[in-house]
Design a protein around this ligand. Structure first.
Ligand code: SDX
Length: 429
């Protein structure tokens, strides 16, 4: 049997044979099928790209039916369990291999070199209202960074690309923490390069400006694991934006700002904040059945449930659920956990959710941990964007160096008016 597809166009009787590669066919091969010679030729129509591979990638593999997630071949469960630092996994997704001891040390030094931001960035952030949503501040400030590094648009220089990648990975925790301190009217705590990536972030977030601050190792480890779990997830909505915006060869700061804007949506990375608002709305365990009934009547969604790819339990959600108990041992149990567990118990038994293969995703339990650690709800999408910046950049670099890729420019099915003539004002209805 050959790796080809025979297609007969019954409109014309034309038969074509097109090659199958990686279990896909090239959409452009369909352009041979035309009714009239001057037709553009057949296209595929795929709203939301439900069944379209737009890129080839070697970074992350997901099997949604089996609940498998691997980065460069390493199962997420092993990375979460064994990696001692987020930067080690950031190195893996960017360079394709786990770093050896020297590579890890050099990488850490490179990142730490860029954790500080220009004082004008601080002044820019101070222009926001005290109650500005930190994700709005994050997106705007990341975009503003592009004005400080005009050389960033030189994408063909690998060394220059890597410098911008290091700057972004290093600065996103600083910008996130500054946004939080701004909302509190608290002085900013500058990066401390003696600390780990997660530890430095906790220090910039919560250190009282006037006295010492001890980072709890359990919380530091928990945040490291949460960052690792959120680092990349193949061609999700925000990564698709990163690649599409990046395909115009704009600088990576502008592309990351665009990707972060996509992530903010409640259907995507904004779901972790939406889960906590949902749990607050439910209020108590005995109100869960009434809420589930409303969801089944189509009056709302069970935030933190469902996934475009996972039609099984999101492997990250399993790790996060176990992590929650470790954090609560330190912080005290988040009272909303009982509501979340009851929601999950009912949903996993209820035909409505079972039939639609709706399981808890990465966002269902993460917010409970963030809240218990003292992060405000509106910072949750920013906590997602911090680690995902490394994944976006790995995907972006793969895209801008892929010889098969060009500027992203999809086609359309045009259903609008045919040609018609101008109507003077006095003739309009
Ligand atoms: C992330 O893509 C990624 O990889 C994303 C992510 C990453 O790491 O980058 O994993 C991170 O974004 C996780 C998802 C976080 N979002 C939420 O938790 C929001 C709630 N979930 C849904 O909005 C929804 O499940 C999506 C957006 C996640 C997926 O939606 P799909 O694949 O477009 O599925 P769909 O909307 O077509 O739903 C299919 C059916 C529909 O019912 P019917 O019209 O067939 O009757 O399932 C229903 C939906 O109404 N449904 C839900 C539901 N999710 C889907 N019903 C109730 N609650 C939900 N959460």
């Amino acid at each position: 049997m050959a790796d080809t597809l025979f297609i007969t166009d019954n409109r014309t009787g034309k038969k074509i044979e097109i090659p199958i590669e990686h279990d896909t066919v090239r959409a452009t091969d369909l352009r041979q099928l035309k009714v009239k010679d001057d037709d553009f030729g057949m296209m595929t129509y795929d709203p939301a790209l439900m069944n379209t591979a737009a890129v080839k990638s070697r970074i992350t593999f997901i099997d949604g039916d089996k609940g498998i997630l691997r980065h460069r071949g390493y199962p997420i469960e092993q990375l979460a369990e064994n990696s001692t630092s987020f930067l080690e996994v950031a190195y893996l997704v960017l360079f394709g291999e786990l770093p050896n001891d020297k590579q890890r040390t050099d990488w850490r030094i490179k990142i730490r070199h860029h954790t500080i931001v220009h004082e004008s960035i601080k002044k820019l952030m101070e222009a926001f209202r005290y109650d500005a949503h930190p994700m709005g501040m994050f997106i705007s400030t990341i975009a503003a960074l592009s004005t400080f590094y005009p050389e960033a648009k030189e994408l063909n220089d690998p060394e220059n690309r890597m410098t911008q990648i290091c700057r972004l990975i290093a600065k996103v925790p600083t910008i996130a923490a500054f946004a939080y301190r701004h909302s509190k009217g608290a002085p900013y705590i500058y990066p401390d390069n003696e600390l780990t990536y997660a530890g430095n972030f906790l220090n910039m977030m919560f250190r009282p400006s006037s006295k010492e601050y001890t980072i709890n190792p359990v919380l530091e480890r928990a945040l490291t694991v949460l960052f690792i779990l959120h680092i990349d997830h193949e061609q999700n909505c925000s990564t698709n934006v990163m690649r599409s915006v990046g395909s115009s060869h704009v600088d990576p700061y502008s592309a990351v700002a665009a990707a972060a804007a996509a992530l903010w949506g409640p259907l995507h990375g904004g779901a972790n904040e939406a889960v906590l608002h949902m749990l607050d709305e439910i209020g108590s365990v005995n109100k869960v059945p009434a809420f589930i009934k409303e969801v089944k009547e189509g009056k709302g969604k069970l935030m933190g449930f469902g996934h475009r790819v996972y039609k099984n339990y999101d492997p990250r959600a399993k790790v996060i659920k176990n992590l929650a108990y470790q954090v609560f041992n330190v912080t005290g149990k988040n009272p909303k956990l009982d509501i979340a567990i009851e929601l999950e118990r009912i949903a996993l038994e209820d035909e409505y959710f079972v039939k639609r293969k709706l399981y808890p995703n990465v966002d269902f339990y993460s917010g409970l941990i963030y809240q218990a650690m003292g992060f405000p709800l509106d910072l949750f999408p920013v906590l997602f964007a911090i680690p995902r910046t490394a994944g976006w950049l790995a995907q972006w670099q793969e895209h801008v160096t892929d010889p098969e890729q060009k500027i992203t420019r999809p086609r359309q099915i045009y259903l609008g008016y045919g040609e018609r003539n101008w109507i003077p004002m006095d003739k309009r209805k």
